[in-house]
Design a protein around this ligand. Sequence first.
Ligand code: NAD
Length: 273
Amino acid sequence: MLVVGAGQMGGGIAQVLAASGRRVLLHDAAPGAVEQGVATMRKSLEKLAARGAPHDPDEVLGRVEPVDDLAEADLLVEAVVEDAEVKQEIFRRADAVLPPEAVLASNTSSIPIASLADVTSRPERVIGMHFFNPVPVMTLVEVVRAPGTSDETVREIVELSHELGKTPAEANDLPGFVSNRILMPFLNEAAYALQDGVAEAEAIDTIARLGFNHPMGPLALADLIGLDTCVSIMEVLRDGLGDPKYDPCPLLREHVAAGRLGRKAGRGFYDYA
Ligand code: NAD
């Protein structure tokens, strides 16, 4: 299996695939990103092992092979930056490199799966396989079916999700699918509440955690997801649904422009230094 993108999500996806006994090729375009991804996987595996998980970190990581470019595999899981053009280029190239029967799956949060299927010669083998963050812990996989996706492809990805110990739920290929159609406007509104001075960040998150019984407040969750990813998803919702109510909050844009991307950058709504 080939995972492209070794960031927070790609690393997590490679980890759960390898932990299930599969051999995983891992590619990223940025120098040092795969090494960084593997180091993060090691930390996660060691933490899980200390809590009683049955996997030996060395054994799992021994099944992860860094590769310099796209390579032959029976499944691609693409987890690069949330940018339609970058993803399309990967799907175009993957269509040429992977065997014709291979499934090409995207972990995109919101980009239409059909727009990725359209650049390939195998739209029936293209599907959304949307994991949640952190991948080794979160049990949901949102399986996104584009109009051209075959029943067989859906069946295979549902089965794989079960084999990884996840619970798949199917959604159709509409902007943001189910998860981000609901979640992202909530996070965006929390950013507006902060921007408008309704409350401090900690108070907003406390109110959501205790008032709505959420495990995490929306600003802390936005930081975990990555504020750049949040902005990209809001733009897909706005453009795809044609409604300015989905415009990203200016405060979110301000943080992104300043490089405060959330946890992965050490700073977002909160400071993680
Ligand atoms: P990230 O910024 O942590 O990692 C993205 C990685 O993609 C980087 O390592 C970057 O070097 C790599 N990359 C960029 N262009 C590339 C290319 N052309 N070829 C190979 N690698 C390339 O981002 P992330 O949070 O892991 O998000 C990745 C995808 O997962 C996005 O589509 C995002 O919407 C989706 N997603 C994110 C979350 C989340 O909570 N962060 C949850 C579900 C889905």
